[in-house]
Ligand binder design. Structure first.
Ligand SMILES: C[S@@+](CC[C@H](N)C(=O)[O-])C[C@H]1O[C@@H](n2cnc3c(N)ncnc32)[C@H](O)[C@@H]1O
Length: 249
């Protein structure tokens, strides 16, 4: 029998379920913590805010966010972690049982299963370049973000960090490789405002005996960290996206 061909999201789900089964979800915390912690500081989070962690993986960053927006004078903040890989969501849920203000949802960035105008802030760590249709993902983000909501997309694989390009052939799913300037154009095209980019170096030391399969040499890994991740920041304008219209016959 011919094998059923998979949709792009199903391919991503299959690949990242494999990562989850191999324990890669939790390992990513040590790779991404430094740049994520710096980004979270820039997010200026407040108790009571509603946050989306897009492509949340094993949920370690979701939990960091949840601690920062928990109960406060302005109410009980909540964080939604969304990921296309159900095995990642299972790992995230199992590690988050003590959190009352976290919800993990399995779904695609290109069809975010959430209502319009909801999230005050969105964080996406090392996920955006996997989305087969980045235009569609940005339309969805615009829709679910609150008026004046803030978007923070952190990307380690981009043209201006030449060292990151060493991974492209090693990945088993297709990725986008864009430059900072191209990403800025893309965000502006989707009507985001205050679009800006910043480099976030990874200041963690790389020991001489560190084993890497992603880089040809340890010095390339060190240079990659020095150049840093690309942080894209943008705001939704002060407008509400209309709810979808339904016709009742
Ligand atoms: C490199 S991992 C990063 C995970 C997490 N943010 C972290 O830093 O540990 C990329 C994540 O993006 C998720 N992902 C990839 N494509 C997606 C899509 N179309 N919609 C939602 N999540 C997606 C993957 O399942 C995976 O968990």
């Amino acid at each position: 029998m011919p094998e059923k061909s998979l949709t792009p999201d199903e391919k991503l789900q299959q690949e990242f379920n494999r990562w989850a089964a191999a324990g890669e979800g939790e390992k990513m915390e040590s790779h991404h913590l430094d740049i994520t912690a710096k980004t979270i500081r820039l997010m200026n989070l407040r108790a009571g805010e509603r946050i989306l962690d897009l492509g949340c993986g094993s949920g370690w960053a979701t939990r960091l966010l949840a601690r920062l927006v928990g109960e406060g004078p302005e109410g009980f903040g909540q964080v939604v972690g969304l990921d296309v890989a159900d095995e990642m969501i299972r790992v995230a849920r199992a590690a988050s049982r003590d959190f009352e203000n976290v919800l993990y949802v399995c779904g695609s960035a290109m069809q975010i299963p959430w209502e319009e105008n909801f999230f005050d802030k969105v964080l996406s760590v090392e996920s955006f370049y996997y989305y087969p249709d980045q235009d569609r993902a940005l339309m969805e983000l615009f829709r679910v973000m609150a008026p004046r909501g803030r978007l923070f997309i952190l990307i380690n694989l981009y043209k201006d960090n030449q060292y990151s390009l060493q991974w492209v052939d090693k990945l088993k799913v297709p990725v986008h490789v864009r430059s900072e300037a191209e990403y800025i154009e893309l965000l502006k095209k989707h009507a985001f405002e205050n679009v800006e980019a910043q480099r976030i170096p990874d200041d963690t030391p790389t020991p001489d005996d560190y084993q890497t399969k992603s880089f040809h040499r340890l010095d390339d890994l060190r240079a990659f960290k020095r150049v840093g991740a690309l942080l894209l920041m943008a705001s939704k304008p002060d407008l509400r996206t209309p709810a979808p219209g339904y016709t009742i016959y």
